[in-house]
Ligand binder design. Structure first.
Ligand code: AMP
Length: 306
């Protein structure tokens, strides 16, 4: 910690407290996230260190830069990131901040560019949600918390209520699949797109996996052999869990203010069967991104009220 001077606490996150600090040697303002070791008696988690090194070498315009990492005497790992100004959750929940259809296109372009770059390198995010889409003062979106879920498992004590949200979790994981693929990240991308269009979270289940599945099936219809071949092999289905048959609700009845091309793209992402979901690069090739209106230039995005 001797290389940094703490300025103030930025907030309490899933893994611990985050502080704003100055890197003494450079004067750079950074955000330091201290992650407590779940089992200090076992020493530093070397898988975590390997993953951190990998992320340190991965530089991308839309992925938060990991500036440094070090351990403290109590074997906590400190991750030092470039410091962001705000995040998408804060923007969307502040109704005084306007979010236009062009802004939505810019946010989706940044998100998909970041995800495509990660999936190309076989890196999965596993916890995509508006809180993890940070913004620098110049309007650049930076995806944060990459790989942390895999590095550290599920923390026993989740501190922020947002962190326990199930709203971005794909149906295959809710049904007990243990094989996490890039398509699972894409479901979360679809939830974020829908939330940008509705300006409220799309699939708001109530705390349990079953309630989240109920919410998903109410909108998308229940899975069957034609919309999701093989779904019956997933653990929760083999244990006999069943739903009454329901039909999907057409997206244009839900997203009444959204343009047709946005709905068409959303429909290609949010598909129950993970094998049928668009990949991030397929999404970027969709006409939605070349049609009018063009995405708002990042410098013109409104990040705070007033
Ligand atoms: P987290 O642990 O990611 O949930 O973050 C906890 C709090 O710290 C949240 O309010 C985040 O917005 C903030 N935070 C996390 N990373 C950064 C960062 N790189 N720059 C600025 N604030 C951050």
């Amino acid at each position: 910690m001797e290389n940094y001077k703490v300025i103030k606490a930025l907030g309490q996150g899933t893994w611990g407290v985050v502080h704003m600090a100055t890197q003494i040697a450079t004067g750079r303002i950074v955000a330091i996230k201290k992650i407590k070791s779940e089992r200090p008696e076992e020493g530093i988690n070397f898988t975590a260190v390997r993953e951190i090194k990998l992320l340190r070498e991965f530089k991308h315009e839309n992925i938060i830069e990991l500036v440094d990492c070090f351990t403290t005497p109590d074997l906590g790992v400190c991750l030092v990131y470039e410091c962001a100004f705000t995040d998408l959750e804060k923007i969307l929940s502040n109704k005084a901040i306007p979010v236009s259809l062009s802004d939505v296109k810019q946010h989706m372009k940044s998100l998909l560019t970041a995800i495509a770059a990660c999936h190309d390198r076989w890196i999965l995010h596993r916890d995509l949600k508006p809180d993890n889409m940070l913004f620098l003062k110049d309007g650049t979106m930076k995806l944060a918390d990459f790989g942390l879920a895999r590095m550290y498992g599920t923390p026993k004590l989740r501190l922020s209520p947002q962190a326990i949200t199930l709203w971005y979790k794909p149906p295959e994981l809710l049904l007990g699949s243990t094989e996490y693929s890039s398509a699972a990240d894409m479901w979360s991308v679809g939830c974020i797109f829908a939330e940008l269009l509705l300006r409220r979270p799309f699939l708001q289940g109530k705390q349990t996996d079953i309630s989240q599945l109920d919410t998903i099936f109410t909108v998308f219809g229940t899975p069957n052999e034609s919309n999701w071949p093989d779904y019956e092999t997933l653990p929760l289905c083999t244990r006999g869990l069943e739903w009454d048959d329901t039909s999907p609700i057409p997206f244009d009845e839900i997203f009444t203010a959204a343009p047709k091309d946005a709905i068409s793209l959303l429909r290609s992402i949010m598909v129950l069967d993970p094998n049928m979901r668009f990949t991030a690069s397929q999404c970027l090739d969709h006409p939605y991104f070349s049609n009018d209106p063009p995405p708002t230039p990042k410098g013109k995005l409104v990040l705070s009220a007033g």
